[in-house]
Design a protein around this ligand. Structure first.
Ligand SMILES: C[S@@+](CC[C@H](N)C(=O)[O-])C[C@H]1O[C@@H](n2cnc3c(N)ncnc32)[C@H](O)[C@@H]1O
Length: 273
């Protein structure tokens, strides 16, 4: 695949799966190794993060999980978690949503975090151990091949991850497979509100920053429906300002019009009984 001088900018449109996975793993390895707040000025951190959780919810969440947070929404706000549930977080990163869910499902419940970046899994496991979270488990794996049995989860959550996958249909098929009949999908993710400017299509830096891999909103919903989910709906949406995107994508050299281009959406769906 042809690349220009900038090491991770592809010039040929659609990137290969290998290029995507490599760029994503490299970025989130760096995020996993940092110990400063994700809400600072560094451009690694712009997959959301700041101000997305009520501060009262964060009081009992370890700071090591908060500083690795890289989400773009709060799936817990729509997941309707209850004590005793089995919950799976796709692309769990440093574990912030797993630890929040852990409190909600209580000792009779269980929360699994799945992530493909080994450093994220190591970090999340250490946080769980150091802070005595007994009802959580972090498994290394790709969300296109979830390392869990079929028909076992009550709820699948995810926060700013499916946009990073080179095969979104496969991710939603896997989410459907592991859910019990009647189980729920509750995701926060980046979606496009109109077509992406050509210059970003093969830009691996913009892909791993949760931008170039995003689907149009209607395509995202269609992908979930194709997997078999019903009652698929957007239950909340925040359109990103042009200013925020300029920081998000550090190399917008051609100065495309980024207004009303990208949003963080909260989406739910149900696996039929
Ligand atoms: C933007 S971060 C979000 C992390 C976490 N959900 C949060 O809210 O802090 C994306 C995470 O998804 C993981 N990831 C990306 N693509 C993945 C894939 N195909 N399979 C498993 N994990 C993936 C990355 O390693 C990273 O930890």
């Amino acid at each position: 695949m042809a690349k220009d001088k900038a090491e991770d900018r592809c010039t040929c449109g659609t990137p290969s799966e290998d290029d995507v996975r490599k760029a994503v793993r490299e970025r989130y390895t760096r995020v996993a190794l940092r110990d400063s707040s994700c809400c600072g000025s560094d451009s690694e951190s712009k997959c959301g993060c700041s101000g997305i959780y009520p501060s009262a919810d964060l009081v009992s969440i370890p700071s090591e999980a908060q500083t690795a947070s890289a989400g773009c929404g709060n799936p817990m706000a729509i997941a309707e978690l209850r004590p005793g549930m089995m919950v799976v977080d796709l692309g769990s990163g440093g574990g912030i949503d797993v630890f929040l869910a852990s409190k909600m499902v209580g000792p009779s419940g269980k929360v699994f975090g799945i992530d493909a970046t080994p450093e994220m899994i190591f970090r999340a496991r250490k946080t769980a151990k150091d802070n005595d979270f007994a009802n959580v488990e972090f498994r290394l794996g790709e969300i296109e091949h979830i390392p869990l049995e079929s028909d076992t989860a009550d709820v699948v959550i995810s926060n700013c991850v499916v946009n990073l996958s080179p095969d979104k249909d496969q991710v939603f098929r896997e989410a459907f497979r592991i859910l019990k009949p009647g189980g729920g999908l509750a995701v926060s993710d980046v979606v496009l509100l109109r077509e992406l400017p050509e210059e970003f299509r093969g830009d691996m830096s913009a892909w791993s920053a949760c931008f170039s891999g995003a689907l149009l909103e209607e395509e995202y919903l269609a992908s979930i429906s194709r997997a078999g989910f019903v009652d698929v709906q957007v239950v909340g949406k925040e359109v990103y300002s042009e200013e925020l995107l300029e920081g998000y994508i550090s190399r917008n050299e051609k100065k495309s019009d980024l207004s009303s281009l990208v949003a963080s959406a909260k989406v739910t769906g149900v696996k039929p009984n």
